[in-house]
Ligand binder design. Structure first.
Ligand SMILES: *Cc1c(COP(=O)(O)O)cnc(C)c1O
Length: 351
C-alpha cells in the first residue's frame, strides 16, 4: 500500500526519525527476561522517576499492558467499571473476557469522562447475586471522548469514591503525556491516584514499539508472571527501549505542536457550514459529517486521491489526528482539501 502524503489516521502512523534510528542501533542490550538488558533497565527506572512508581515492566504493546492490568487486579467473574467508549472495552478484541474473564459495567458521560456521582451510582452493595466489583479504569486522555484531558480534580473525586468502595484503580495512559503537556500537571500527579498506570510509546511519542506498565512492586511482580505466560518476555529488546528513551528525551515537549496543529485544524473545519466539529483538548480532532448527508467511509474515500487519510470511528464520525509526521503546512493543506470537497458537495446540491 502506498503511504499517504498526509496521514491523519492516527498518531500511530509516525515513522522513527533518523536520530531515533541511530539511538536504536547504538543501544546496549542483554537478556530482558533475566533483567540483564541495561537499556530496558534504564527505561524502567526512567518511568518510575517520571510516574513516581515503585516498579515498571516493559511490554510490547498497550493492549498487553491493559490486559495484564486486568489479570493482576481481577479474578474471573469480577466487574470492572470503565467509560462506555473506552479502549479496553471496544478495541482489544474481547481480550478482557478471553483472558481475565471480567465483565464490564460501562459508564456514560460527556467527552469520554465520567464523574464521581456516576461511579457512586454504579456501585451496588455486596451480595451473592451481583458480580464483585473490583476495578475502575480511567483513560487519560479519553480517546473516543475527543482526546479529552481528565481534569485532575474530577480524577481525584473518582479515585476517592473508588478507594472508599475498596476498588483498585488502573489508568490507561496511552496518551498520558499529551494530558501532561496540555494541562501542565505532572505525570506523577495523575499516576499517584492509581495502583497501576500504562503508558504507550507508539502514539504521540513516535517510537515504533513498546509500552510500560508501572505501579507497586507486588503488582509488577504479578504482571511479570502474566507477561511470561503470554509470551511477552523478551531478549535483546533494549533496541526497542532505546527508541522509547529517545522519545522521552525528544518527543514530549513537542506534543504542544501537535496540539496547536489540532486546534488549527479544528478552527478551519469550524468554518464549514453544517459540519459538526467536537471540542479539542489535545491532538485528536473529531467531526461528524452526518449533517452534510455523508457517511464517514465515503468521505474518507473522497480524500484518497489527494493522498490524505483520516480514520472512520462511526457511521458518520471521523477522526483526524496530528502527530510527529504532520506539519503545520500539512494541516493547512488538509483543511483546504476537506473544505473544498465538502463545499463542492453542498454546491452540487447532493444533500
Ligand atoms: C492505542 C491505545 C491502546 C492500546 O495500545 P497499543 O499499543 O496500540 O496496543 C490502549 N488505550 C488507548 C486509549 C489507546 O489509544
Amino acid at each position: 500500500m502506498k503511504p499517504f502524503r498526509i496521514d491523519l489516521y492516527s498518531d500511530t502512523q509516525t515513522r522513527p526519525t533518523a536520530e531515533m534510528r541511530k539511538a536504536i542501533a547504538a543501544a546496549e542490550v542483554g537478556d530482558e527476561q533475566n533483567g540483564e538488558d541495561p537499556t530496558i533497565e534504564a527505561l524502567r527506572q526512567r518511568i518510575c522517576d517520571l510516574l513516581g512508581t515503585e516498579d515498571a515492566v516493559f511490554l510490547p504493546s498497550g493492549t498487553m499492558a491493559n490486559e495484564i492490568a486486568l489479570l493482576v487486579h481481577c479474578r474471573h467473574g469480577d466487574e470492572v467499571i470503565a467509560h462506555e467508549t473506552s479502549h479496553v472495552i471496544n478495541f482489544e478484541g474481547g481480550a478482557p473476557a478471553a483472558f481475565a474473564g471480567v465483565m464490564f459495567k460501562p459508564l456514560a458521560g460527556p467527552r469520554g469522562l465520567f464523574d464521581a456521582q456516576a461511579l457512586m451510582d454504579a456501585l451496588h452493595d455486596d451480595n451473592r447475586y451481583a458480580p464483585p466489583t473490583r476495578l475502575v479504569v480511567v483513560e487519560q486522555t479519553a480517546n473516543l471522548g475527543g482526546g479529552t484531558v481528565w481534569p485532575i480534580e474530577q480524577m481525584r473525586e473518582v479515585a476517592k469514591v473508588a478507594r472508599r468502595a475498596d476498588l483498585s484503580l488502573h489508568m490507561d495512559g496511552a496518551r498520558l503525556m499529551n494530558a501532561v503537556i496540555a494541562s501542565g500537571h505532572k505525570a506523577a500527579e495523575y499516576a499517584a491516584l492509581f495502583d497501576t498506570v500504562f503508558m504507550d510509546f507508539t502514539k504521540g511519542l513516535g517510537a515504533p514499539f513498546g509500552a510500560v506498565l508501572a505501579g507497586r512492586k507486588e503488582h509488577i511482580r504479578d504482571a511479570w508472571r502474566w507477561k511470561q505466560r503470554m509470551g511477552g518476555s523478551m531478549r535483546q529488546a533494549g533496541m526497542m527501549a532505546a527508541g522509547c528513551l529517545y522519545a522521552l528525551d525528544n518527543h514530549v515537549e513537542r506534543l504542544a505542536e501537535d496540539h496547536a496543529n489540532a486546534k488549527l485544524l479544528r478552527d478551519s473545519l469550524l468554518r464549514i457550514p453544517d459540519l459538526h466539529v467536537f471540542p479539542v483538548d489535545t491532538n485528536l480532532v473529531y467531526f461528524d459529517v452526518a449533517a452534510l448527508g455523508l457517511d464517514a467511509e465515503s468521505f474518507n474515500q473522497s480524500l484518497e486521491p489527494y493522498g490524505l487519510r483520516v480514520s472512520v470511528l462511526g457511521k458518520t464520525l471521523v477522526r483526524a489526528v496530528t502527530h510527529l509526521d504532520v506539519s503545520k503546512q500539512d494541516v493547512e493543506e488538509a483543511a483546504e482539501i476537506i473544505t473544498q470537497i465538502l463545499r463542492q458537495r453542498t454546491a452540487g446540491g447532493a444533500r
